[in-house]
Design a protein around this ligand. Structure first.
Ligand SMILES: NC(=O)c1ccc[n+]([C@@H]2O[C@H](COP(=O)([O-])OP(=O)(O)OC[C@H]3O[C@@H](n4cnc5c(N)ncnc54)[C@H](OP(=O)(O)O)[C@@H]3O)[C@@H](O)[C@H]2O)c1
Length: 260
């Protein structure tokens, strides 16, 4: 199995390392930036390619570029008798244009700079437009992870929404909480043990893990929290909306904090 990585960012880095560990032959790393392509290719023990180079033959081309660039990058690839897939949870394989055997391989994981992550327990969502693409993506994904699931675009989009709600928004809320502490001269690390314990508990059962004034229906404390946030209108609004959702779920008889 020869895999050509197209793109040199975070997804290419983590997928590339996982593929290498799984024993796949990485045919090369292609990128628009010579230095980025050379660095990742050296890391993965393969050859770098830049626009204008002849690309090596491969069984799978993974288009690991920003969602907005997928269509242009795919359009610039030569037609070839191979499977071509992108890595986006949000976009359809149709974005890959006129290529045959198009598909998607989307890891439901946040891929950030740092040590290569272990994908073995990360769910990988695949989709292929025909049997050749599906079979190949199933095989490749199966060597990387014990959890491979096939989902069409509409369902993948829904999972993408859920992943953003579960994976991105709480992280931003932690950032906001730490900014609030910093702004008032307090150590941002104060909320880290709480975050660690809460994420671990929430993974075992979110409804069970949720605590706090809104969950208890303690509108007096909620009102105090909102009063303390009057200098920060955006965070105050977000706090009010989320608390209202919690009240609606567990204390439908209480008024939402916007009305407090
Ligand atoms: N990061 C994640 O958490 C994550 C998780 C799952 C799936 N994905 C998917 O993985 C794909 C890549 O995302 P990423 O996180 O790796 O992004 P990234 O770290 O920002 O890297 C983007 C890559 O795309 C290249 N690129 C951007 N615009 C380009 C253009 N117009 N022409 C050619 N190359 C271009 C960049 O090249 P330069 O280096 O030259 O800028 C870079 O190699 C996306 O489809 C994303 O949805 C990401």
């Amino acid at each position: 199995m020869r895999i050509l990585l197209i793109g040199t960012g975070r997804a290419a880095y983590h997928l590339g390392h996982a593929l290498k560990r799984s024993g796949a032959a990485i045919a090369g790393v292609a990128g628009r930036n010579r230095e980025h392509a050379a660095t990742l290719a050296a890391d993965l023990g393969t050859a770098p390619f830049v626009p204008g180079d002849d690309l090596p033959p491969s069984d799978l081309r993974l288009v690991a570029v920003s969602d907005d660039a997928i269509a242009d990058v795919a359009a610039a690839l030569p037609m070839a008798d191979t499977v071509t897939a992108h890595l986006s949870g949000a976009k359809p394989y149709a974005l890959l244009g006129a290529h045959a055997h198009r598909g998607v391989l989307w890891p439901i994981q946040s891929l950030s700079p740092g040590a290569p992550i272990d994908l073995r327990t990360v769910p990988l969502v695949i989709e292929g437009e025909d049997e050749r693409a599906r079979t190949l993506l199933r095989t490749v994904a199966g060597t990387l992870s014990g959890q491979v699931i096939e989902l069409p675009h509409e369902q993948r989009q829904l999972v993408h929404v859920a992943a953003a709600v579960a994976g991105n928004l709480p992280v931003f809320l932690l950032y906001e909480a730490q900014e609030l502490l910093r702004k008032h001269g307090l150590p941002p690390e104060l909320v880290v043990p709480l975050w660690n314990a809460t994420t671990a508990k929430a993974a075992a059962g979110a409804a069970q893990a949720l605590t706090g004034p809104a969950r208890r229906g303690d509108t007096e404390t909620l009102r105090m929290h909102l009063d303390r946030l009057t200098d920060d209108g955006d965070l105050r609004r977000a706090y009010a909306v989320l608390s209202e959702l919690i009240l609606k779920t567990w204390h439908p008889e209480k008024r939402g904090p916007q009305d407090l």
